[in-house]
Ligand binder design. Structure first.
Ligand SMILES: Nc1ncnc2c1ncn2[C@@H]1O[C@H](COP(=O)(O)OP(=O)(O)OP(=O)(O)O)[C@@H](O)[C@H]1O
Length: 693
């Protein structure tokens, strides 16, 4: 017998760390060489041979997913490329997560009184419902006696049971109104609590978390998962509680009317429930898989819509639609199967329940003919058994719904309970008056958590003394932006130390570090769809209007902002699409400046701009770097003309360091970079054609 395994990242990475790669016949360098990480591995394990006898690796590469089929004895087989964008298999998540009852009850505590009142009202409504068949039976007895005895006092005889019945109907209506409105309030309060907790927890997650989860998937958990959970919670208490109470109560009523008939029913019902439970567990698995697939298709749509400009620029509309259609098709199939399952389940339940009614009529008629029960008793029995029937049908419907709701709740709780490794708050703060801004990286080793096999920084050391401008330059992929991300403590380093004024980043309060100490401006700043004023104030929410305008002036942004008809109140489009790249960058500089940070990190802040905007933004930056410790990550060497120290990063290490002139004279990597860029600029200036080969 052979067993198949399919491991997903990060489980796969953990696995690869534990299992010697040689035993899998995968050379470690091969994994590194791919420059990417494994998506999944399929192993065929033969207990007979005690080894893996066949396996396949999947690697995400660009828009494709490459699957290599491997065999220990043979070499790597030709890759099979699937032309589809990588859609993470673990995207839906939550399938193995348990529902967190403790948290759920904690959320219910503030709602306890409402909930208790709702439960009492629901049970009372159910008890009233149990009484109704008996009252109906009384009325039938009056009617049948009247026809037998030809009584003329019809109205008088009927009045009391009719008034009683009317009162019970009204009471039932009132109780139904009470429990539904109370439950709705409880449900909405719990859902709002869950949403807020989930959003709060998502915002506190490590950056690493967002490297592995798509926005669509997260938004899906915030919206549809909580919606599903809320609906199922409300249904469970309202209809579920009512159905259970009615079923139990009606069984007692039935017993009081006719023990013989009741025994018959009680033997049939457990058999029906047994079959229903078995079908239900199958439906549960189907429902989970279908929900996960829906989350994946939402994530694909979200990515495409979120990056619609890139999609348009590459004319990828059809391709994106194809990818989305594939995912939707899969989710459609799964949901159709689920629908078929639910249909079969409900159809069979109906047949079983109607069979019970037929059986009751048959057996009840027989007992009536023997004079053991009256016509009214049979009527009461029928109505009560129909109430049981309705309740059971409700329970069967609820079963699927509760399963769906519980798995949706589990998915939400999974992220609510996910504790980030790097806390958001807590730790030392260096007071403003004691802050110098000396930054130091000492023998830092670092790998991204999602790509543990690739060391991005290797024994990296760098000093950025207070008040100096240090520029990091080097070939693409060398690790420059990683240095900036580590200084912001987006990730924790594996070894070594990063410190500000001698205090390790790990001891410093991350909120203070990111909110006050460091101003970060990157290549593509994201602005929010609110006014320019609020966008700048985002850097320091307590800043006055005058301070916002001052920051904008320093960033050379005041002029163009005032030229807008609505000035600082101009509302920007989503992600700031209604302003030019250079304007966006200057608003972002003002937003960073308003914090008055001691340390500024400029990660290719001008590289996305054209030459003219670059000059304007560069002038703004020249204004703001004075007196601060500045780390510039530079692509274009023209942007670092004023740097005091230039550090050349290659392959995760500093290979050259010194002033511009020193490094030029050295004729090393920096000199080569400069030459390359000068040549390119010359080609552009003179519009020379590139040589043809
Ligand atoms: N979030 C991430 N998860 C995993 N690996 C990453 C991540 N970000 C970057 N890397 C990898 O780390 C290495 C260094 O990337 P980094 O962005 O620091 O280089 P860089 O020198 O800034 O490059 P560029 O000049 O092109 O921006 C690259 O191999 C890159 O693929």
């Amino acid at each position: 017998m052979a067993l198949f395994f399919r491991l997903k990242t990060p489980c796969l990475l953990r696995f690869l760390h534990q299992v010697p790669l040689s035993s899998l016949k995968i050379h470690p360098s091969w994994i590194q060489k791919t420059g990417t990480f494994l998506n999944s591995i399929k192993l065929k394990w033969s207990p007979k041979h005690g080894q893996c006898i066949k396996y396949a690796l999947s690697l995400p590469v660009g828009y494709g997913l490459i699957t290599f089929k491997l065999h220990p004895k043979t070499a790597l087989c030709a890759p099979k490329v699937k032309h589809s964008r990588l859609v993470k298999d673990d995207g839906g998540g939550g399938s193995n997560t348990k529902f967190d009852w403790k948290q759920f009850f904690q959320m219910l505590v503030p709602e306890m009184w409402y909930l208790l009142a709702a439960v009492i009202a629901a049970v009372a409504a159910a008890l009233v419902n149990i009484k109704i068949p008996l009252l109906l039976g009384d009325m039938v007895n009056v009617v049948s006696n009247m026809t037998k005895e030809a009584t003329t006092d019809f109205i008088n005889n009927l009045r009391i049971p009719a008034i009683k019945l009317m009162m019970f109907y009204s009471l039932q209506g009132l109780l139904t109104f009470i429990y539904i409105s109370l439950l709705s309030t409880v449900g909405e309060n719990v859902a709002a609590q869950m949403r807020i907790k989930l959003f709060d927890s998502l915002l506190r997650q490590d950056v690493e978390f967002f490297d592995t989860h798509k926005t669509g998937e997260l938004v899906d958990r915030l919206t549809s998962d909580i919606q599903d959970f809320k609906s199922s919670f409300k249904l469970c208490i309202s209809q579920g509680l009512r159905a259970v109470t009615q079923t139990i109560g009606c069984v007692f009523t039935l017993y009081a009317i006719s023990p013989k008939l009741t025994v018959l029913m009680v033997t049939v019902i457990p058999a029906v429930i047994g079959v229903g439970t078995m079908m239900g567990s199958g439906l549960r698995a189907l429902s989970k898989a279908a929900q996960d697939q829906v989350a994946k298709s939402t994530a694909v749509a979200d990515e495409a819509l979120g990056n619609v400009r890139t999609v348009r620029a590459f004319a990828m509309e059809t391709k994106e639609n194809e990818i989305f259609s594939q995912q939707v098709e899969l989710s459609k199939k799964m949901n159709i199967n689920l629908g078929l399952g639910i249909g079969a389940f409900q159809g069979l339940s109906n047949v079983a329940l109607n069979g019970i009614v037929l059986g009751t009529l048959f057996a009840g008629g027989y007992l009536m003919s023997g004079g053991e029960i009256t016509a009214g008793d049979l009527m009461s029995f029928l109505v009560a058994s129909q109430t049981i029937e309705r309740s059971l049908a409700q329970m069967s419907f609820l079963f699927g719904n509760v399963v769906k709701g519980m798995s949706a709740g589990a998915r939400a709780f999974e992220f609510i309970n996910n504790e980030p490794k790097i806390p958001i708050k807590g730790g030392k703060i260096i007071p403003y008056y004691a802050m110098y801004g000396d930054v130091e990286f000492e023998h830092v080793n670092f790998s991204y958590p999602t790509r543990a096999g690739q060391k991005v920084l290797k024994d990296f050391s760098l000093k950025v003394p207070r008040g100096t401008v240090v520029a990091l330059v080097g070939l693409s992929g060398g690790g420059k932006s990683t240095v900036a991300a580590l200084l912001e403590r987006f990730y924790d380093i594996d070894e070594g130390k990063i410190s500000i004024d001698g205090v390790s980043l790990k001891e410093l309060d991350p909120t203070w570090l990111r909110g006050k100490a460091i101003g970060f401006i990157n290549q593509e700043p994201v602005l929010f769809a609110t006014s320019v004023m609020e966008n700048i104030r985002y850097g320091r929410p307590d800043a006055t209007d005058v301070e916002v305008i001052e920051a904008a002036s320093m960033a050379n942004a005041d002029g163009f902002i005032r030229s807008f008809p609505e000035g600082y109140d101009t509302v920007l489009g989503e992600r700031g699409v209604t302003v030019s790249g250079g304007q966006k960058q200057r608003i972002a500089i003002a937003r960073a400046l308003i914090k008055n940070p001691s340390i500024l990190v400029l990660d290719e802040a001008t590289s996305a701009l054209d030459a003219e905007s670059e000059q304007i933004v560069q002038a703004a930056l020249d204004n703001v770097v004075k007196g601060r410790t500045v780390l510039i990550i530079a692509h274009r060497l023209s942007t670092i003309r004023d740097a005091d120290i230039i550090a050349v990063v290659s392959n995760g290490q500093i290979v050259e360091q010194g002033s511009h002139d020193e490094l030029r004279k050295k004729k090393g990597l920096y000199w080569e970079l400069i030459r390359k860029q000068e040549l390119e600029e010359e080609i552009q200036t003179h519009q020379w054609g590139r040589p043809e080969f």
